[in-house]
Write a protein that binds this ligand. Sequence first.
Ligand SMILES: [Zn+2]
Length: 53
Amino acid sequence: MASQPLKSNLPRKTCPVCGFSFTWRKKWAKCWDEVKYCSKRCRKRVFQLKRSS
Ligand SMILES: [Zn+2]
């Protein structure tokens, strides 16, 4: 039996930049604890906001 988690069982996080609620992805398997933003674009935006303030 394959032990793939059900979609509804996947962990979720909410992006603090755009408010988008995103689900765990395979590419984040090793760094899920460090993932804070839904996309590279949002991560970039945070840096830009920090810089301009
Ligand atoms: Zn986002």
